[in-house]
Design a protein around this ligand. Sequence first.
Ligand SMILES: [Zn+2]
Length: 61
Amino acid sequence: MSTTKPCPICRKPRSAEFAPFCSPRCRDRDLAQWFGDGYAVPGRPAQPEEIAREVLRGEDD
Ligand SMILES: [Zn+2]
């Protein structure tokens, strides 16, 4: 009758403090995976050339 799911990273029993993970290490690992796949996520960060354009526009005023 247990509804407790394991840590999605290492499959160990999860900790209530770090749910749904078992430890801060697994939580950080999940975050790292997010950043690693960041290029596939909609809403990419601005391209460097777009940032440069904004800087030039600011100096022009
Ligand atoms: Zn874990």
